[in-house]
Design a protein around this ligand. Structure first.
Ligand SMILES: O=c1ccn([C@@H]2O[C@H](COP(=O)(O)O)[C@@H](O)[C@H]2O)c(=O)[nH]1
Length: 232
């Protein structure tokens, strides 16, 4: 089943059962789901199969970052499992991103391939510690332009950068934005955040939401509050 919703719910659960328990309360026509490092490391491809069986489109968020040949193979393996979206780190560079894209093209695999720019948990001081002296927004611009030139379908960035990336890279270039915090939610370890409505207004194409929904006392009520905010 495909969904028109911009919402992607991050299933950052410690077990397959816990993730499926939440997924069973979600409607695949109203959101997509994201499988990240913890869940995939615990459950492997079984979780992808189980979510597909329930009708969900899956974003496999493993942020591949390695030499070009290794990343191309990993992206191919993900796409052959039928995931809707997969990602690599833009910091792996042009040759790595091109190798991944070419591998998908060569095998006729239609999975959306996007690149992570600067993690939404990072601010200027974090970048400086790893030797990046540009402000986060400037580094995101730089990596997004490299990702576009390398044939990526879009990027992961914070919604704070979506407006600028829409100007630089166009409307159809995907801006997948975690760090989404409705007004009722805590920021947690996220730093570059926006509310769902602010993010959509800024030009995000997809909103990744994890803890504000999955850790809420009533996850469905939290999800509906976000849908309501967007509808308004
Ligand atoms: O820059 C990034 C890239 C990925 N993520 C992932 O998105 C979710 C966000 O979860 P919350 O609970 O809503 O903070 C999580 O799976 C991250 O691994 C990100 O946050 N920032």
């Amino acid at each position: 089943m495909s969904s028109d919703s911009p919402l992607i719910i991050a299933l950052d659960h410690p077990s397959l059962d816990a993730a499926l328990c939440l997924a069973d309360r979600l409607d695949p026509s109203r959101c997509r789901v994201k499988v990240g490092k913890e869940l995939f490391t615990r459950s492997g491809p079984d979780v992808i199969e189980a979510l597909h069986g329930r009708g969900f489109q899956v974003f496999l968020d493993l942020k591949f970052h390695d030499i070009p040949n290794t990343v191309a193979g990993a992206v191919q393996a993900a796409a052959e499992q039928g995931v809707w979206m997969v990602n690599v780190h833009a910091g792996g560079g042009r040759r790595m991103m091109e190798a991944a894209r070419e591998r998908l093209e060569r095998h006729g695999l239609a999975t959306h391939l996007i690149a992570v720019t600067v993690l939404t948990s990072m601010e200027a001081a974090d970048l400086q510690e790893v030797g990046v002296t540009l402000a986060p927004a400037e580094q995101v611009e730089r990596l997004a332009q490299l990702a576009m030139a390398s044939g990526m379908a879009g990027v992961v960035c914070s919604a704070q950068e979506s407006t600028r990336l829409r100007e630089l890279c166009g409307d159809t270039f995907l801006k997948v934005t975690p760090g989404i915090r409705p007004s009722f939610a805590a920021a947690d370890d996220q730093r570059r955040i926006m509310t769902p409505l602010q993010a959509m207004t800024a030009g995000s194409t997809h909103l990744v939401v994890g803890r504000p929904v999955t850790q809420a006392e009533d996850p469905m009520a939290a999800l509906e509050a976000i849908e309501q905010e967007l509808a308004n």
